[in-house]
Design a protein around this ligand. Structure first.
Ligand code: SAH
Length: 345
């Protein structure tokens, strides 16, 4: 059965065409689904008979918070969320000076197989639907009683490997009848599916694109990221130039610094050459322990940043929020829900 809250307004108009509803009625229903209604009863201004009719034809997906951890170091909250079929994903709520930011998952698991990443370890279970992405945001917003103003698609999964659903989700949360979150306030993080980066550019969706580079040569990248065998650094960077040219957006490159693997002075030089001439910014990430101890954090983070800056690259170091609550991608789900005292929901 099709879920009504998976639909963009355009798709809803098509799906409900047979019912012969007035356009305002369809909009009324969309306002509910796009703001997170997951129960027919909530749609108080839609006639009961229509709601009953809809419930026979469509379902509404809901997302439930199973576990919540609150950091003692900062206000970061990490959630484990359950989908209707029991699938579990992680979401994180972070507070910045400019407001609240939600980091959400786009897939249950991931099939990209990056060697350092906790989400990759069990492979891909399934894609999340638009309503399941929206549901994570609404659940956190209600739980914390805040308004979320920024979204990052940087939780579990590879957003561009679930392209159609992610695109519909972006249209739903961007719609003024829904959460009305500007595309410029949404970051999509990808391991570098160059073909999909180009499609996104063609689509003219001016989101903030974050690309996980993590290496300055194809050889090293292929060792830690299987996707690098499909798309070389050159292909990824040329897709990024295309995206930036089409949308006018600057690209953010993520670079995990791993001890002895990608943190040399030569790496800094090569990285600077790769991103040269493109409106961009490099975000250095101190590696979180993962991959059975094969990868340890580099202690050259500051030095690496200084070298990049001297080479003219805009460089920042990722703030580590929620480091006491396994707030990084895939870590909480992997821990199979231990009952620790800081689990408060
Ligand atoms: N699939 C997307 C988004 C999810 S991962 C992507 O690859 O970008 C979100 C970010 O966390 C990516 O930059 C990823 O490389 C990084 N990440 C994964 N495991 C990590 C670890 N152990 N330490 C630090 N960052 C990690």
């Amino acid at each position: 059965m099709l879920a009504l809250n998976d639909l963009t307004i355009e798709k809803m108009q098509i799906q409900l065409a047979d019912l012969g509803l007035k356009p305002y009625r369809v909009e009324q229903i969309f306002r509910w689904t796009a703001s997170g209604a997951d129960d027919w009863e909530q749609m108080s201004n839609v006639p009961l008979t229509l709601r009953e009719k809809l419930s026979l034809q469509f379902l509404l997906r809901s997302v439930k918070i199973i576990t919540k951890r609150q950091s003692r170091l900062d206000s970061t909250r990490k959630y484990l969320m359950q989908m209707h079929d029991g699938a579990l994903v992680e979401s994180v709520l972070m507070e910045y000076k400019h407001g609240f930011s939600a980091c959400i998952s786009t897939q249950v698991g991931c099939r990209m197989g990056c060697a350092f990443c906790a989400s990759a370890q069990g492979g891909l279970e399934r894609n999340l639907t638009p309503a399941e992405m929206l549901g994570q945001i609404v659940a956190m917003q209600n739980d914390a009683d805040v308004r979320i103003s920024n979204i990052v698609l940087m939780g579990m999964g590879e957003p561009l490997d679930n392209y159609a659903n992610v695109l519909d989700f972006l249209h739903i949360i961007n719609n003024h009848m829904g959460l009305n979150i500007g595309l410029r306030h949404i970051s999509v993080s990808t391991c570098g599916l160059a073909d999909k980066i180009r499609s996104l550019a063609d689509e003219g969706v001016p989101i903030c694109l974050s690309v996980s580079l993590h290496a300055s040569t194809d050889e090293v990248r292929q060792r830690i990221m299987p996707v690098a065998k499909r798309f070389s650094l050159n292909e990824v960077l040329s897709a990024c130039r295309f995206f930036s040219g089409k949308t006018g957006r600057r690209i953010s490159f993520e670079y995990i610094l791993i001890d002895g693997l990608n943190d040399s002075n030569d790496d800094a030089k090569r990285l600077a050459r790769l991103v040269a001439g493109m409106p961009s910014h490099v975000n250095l990430i101190p590696a979180n322990p993962c991959g059975d101890g094969k990868f340890s954090a580099s202690n050259r983070v500051l030095e690496f940043r200084d070298r990049l800056m001297k080479l003219g690259v805009n460089t920042t170091i990722r703030r580590t929020l929620g480091s006491d609550i396994s707030a990084s991608c895939g870590q909480l789900r992997r821990q199979s829900l231990p009952s620790q005292p800081d689990i408060i929901a």
